[in-house]
Every structure is written in C-alpha cells, then in structure tokens.
Ligand binder design. Structure first.
Ligand SMILES: C[S@@+](CC[C@H](N)C(=O)[O-])C[C@H]1O[C@@H](n2cnc3c(N)ncnc32)[C@H](O)[C@@H]1O
Length: 296
C-alpha cells in the first residue's frame, strides 16, 4: 500500500487544513461563535468571581494556532480584566506568525493584552518548566486553555496534572476536546477497520473526563453539536474539499494517496447518517465537541 502520510508529520500543512476546516464551519457553528456567546458565562463570569483582583490576569494558551480563538476569548475577557498577559505555546512557526499578524490587526480591540510566544510543543514546554532548572518554579496562571490540542500530548494524565498545578488558586483550566460521537473519531475507526492500526485514535471527552476523575479534579462540560459545510469533500480537484478530507482522515493528500478501497469506503461512510446530514442541497458533516472547565 502506498504510504498515506500522517498529517501531524507536516505541522504547517496540518494547520492549513485545519484553517479550511474552521472556515467551513463559520456559517454552521464555529468555535469562535461559541466563544462569542457561551464563553462569558462558562469562563469569564467564573474567573471574575474567583480571581477578582488579578491584575494582570495571567493566561497560558496551549496549541493556540493562528490565534483566532485566543483573540475571541481575550475580547470577552478584557472588559472584566483590563490587563492580560498571554504566554502562547505553539510549535508551528507559521501559526505563530499568523497569530502575531492577527494581534497587529486587532490592536484596537486587544488594548491591554500583551503576548509572549514559545515555539514549542506542550511536552517540551512542560518538561522545561517542570525541570525547575536553577531552582526556578513553574510559572502560575489564572487561566490556562487548551483548545483541540490535548490529543498531541504524550501523556494525558501527566499533562493535565501539570497544567492544573500551574493554576493559581481560584484559576481555571479550560479545555475543548472532540466528543466520542465526533465524525473524526468515527472516520478514524472506520479507517482502522480497513487498514489495521492506520491511525491512532484521537482522545475524546471520555478519556479527558476519566483522567480528571482519577486525579480528583472536578469539571463541568456538555457536548456541543455543530456542522461543517462538507459538500466540497465529494467533488474532485478542489483544494477546500481535499483539505477537509485530509483533516477528517488526519492524512496528507488522502484523495490521491489512499488505496482505492480505503478512499471509496471513507467517502461513502461520510455520507452515512452517522456522519452527516443533507440540507438544502448541502452536505453537513457533524462536528461534536465538548468544552470542559476545570476550576482549582
Ligand atoms: C486543531 S489546532 C487548534 C488551534 C487553535 N487552538 C484553535 O482552536 O483554533 C491544533 C494546534 O495545536 C498545535 N500542536 C500540534 N501538536 C502540538 C503539541 N504537541 N503541543 C502544542 N501544540 C501542538 C498545532 O500546530 C495547531 O496549531
């Protein structure tokens, strides 16, 4: 079988495909939309009660990518916390550059926020700060967020423990993770049925919940159901459709590189009612995720 490259092996391509994925959910429920509406109640109001006197509010962003979600969060936080310092841990240089450009564009709405970027994975960053070199203790934050990134940590339980340890008393760890019902998980399972162990199954809210439970870290969070406009997946020769298919399969050039039986099975399965619905001539692929708040 021709090698179908794992998308994480090319971080810049991964991020490009993710941006298309995000773009195709703008009209049908992007995360940003959720942040603009529910984040205030889920996070800002809790923090304003628990960390009232935080000045500045110290925020750590893990896997922030191009920064769209971080900036949407900051726009919700700044009216309550007028000074916010942000440490961003993101291994892709291209994504960090996009984030820096976005901050320049949003100069007016982000007044009061300052930024420091670390071009590292979460494991590299956490190993470094927890090595306590020279007797320096890991820094503390009022808000730590990890939006669709915990999948890529080597050890989930240890990562959650370290992030929790880095919270100030009264602080909040905010996670967004795929739900066990999400189409990406189902597609990866289908791929593994056809080609043994082709993709590591991404972790879901179930594993994150279990890892929090075993460490006595209470949390709250309910599944959010949204859609991706996925009609272009089923056309040929269209970059948008190729990116969507690549993100859903976590592969690079899936349409071209996958063996015929695998490609045909995945495309057929994506039309299954388990994965998508059709509305007004548009294929809408389910996007289920869970926002989880972990207070300290
Ligand atoms: C699905 S994107 C989410 C981006 C952003 N949080 C958002 O919601 O728009 C995952 C991000 O995590 C980054 N990433 C991948 N592996 C990582 C790791 N081991 N540690 C930290 N970030 C990682 C990727 O470069 C990418 O920007």
């Amino acid at each position: 079988m021709a090698e179908v490259t794992y998308i994480l092996d090319d971080l810049d391509y991964y991020s490009e495909a993710y941006q298309t994925f995000t773009h195709c959910s703008v009209k049908t429920g992007a995360i940003q939309d959720w942040v603009d509406t529910a984040f205030k109640e889920e996070v800002v109001e809790k923090l304003s009660k628990r960390c009232q006197s935080a000045d500045p509010l110290k925020v750590l962003g893990i896997g922030s990518g191009a920064g769209n979600i971080d900036c949407a969060m900051l726009e919700q936080l700044l009216p309550t916390f007028p000074r916010i310092t942000n440490t961003i841990v993101e291994p892709s240089e291209a994504q960090n550059d996009l984030f820096k450009n976005l901050v320049k564009e949003k100069e007016d709405t982000l007044k009061g926020a300052s930024f420091e970027w670390r071009m590292e994975t979460s494991d590299q960053y956490l190993d470094r700060v927890f090595s306590c070199e020279g007797g320096v203790q890991p820094p503390k934050f009022h808000l730590i967020h990890a939006v669709h990134v915990l999948y890529y940590a080597a050890d989930l339980k240890q990562t959650l423990k370290r992030l929790h340890d880095m919270l100030e008393d009264g602080g909040l760890l905010f996670i967004i993770v795929l739900s066990k019902h999400s189409t990406i998980i189902k597609v990866h399972r289908k791929m593994n049925e056809i080609v043994t162990d082709m993709r590591p199954l991404l972790l879901t809210d179930e594993q994150v919940g279990a890892a929090l439970d075993t460490q006595n870290m209470p949390y709250s969070g309910e599944q959010v159901t949204r859609y991706i406009q996925g009609t272009s997946i089923f056309g040929e020769g269209c970059q948008e459709g190729d990116h969507l298919l690549d993100f859903l399969t976590h592969s690079k050039n899936f349409r071209k590189m996958a063996p015929d039986n695998l490609r045909e099975s995945v495309l057929k399965y994506l039309r299954d009612p388990e994965c998508s619905i059709e509305k007004d001539g548009e294929v809408l692929v389910f996007r289920h995720w869970v926002p989880m708040s972990v207070p300290k």
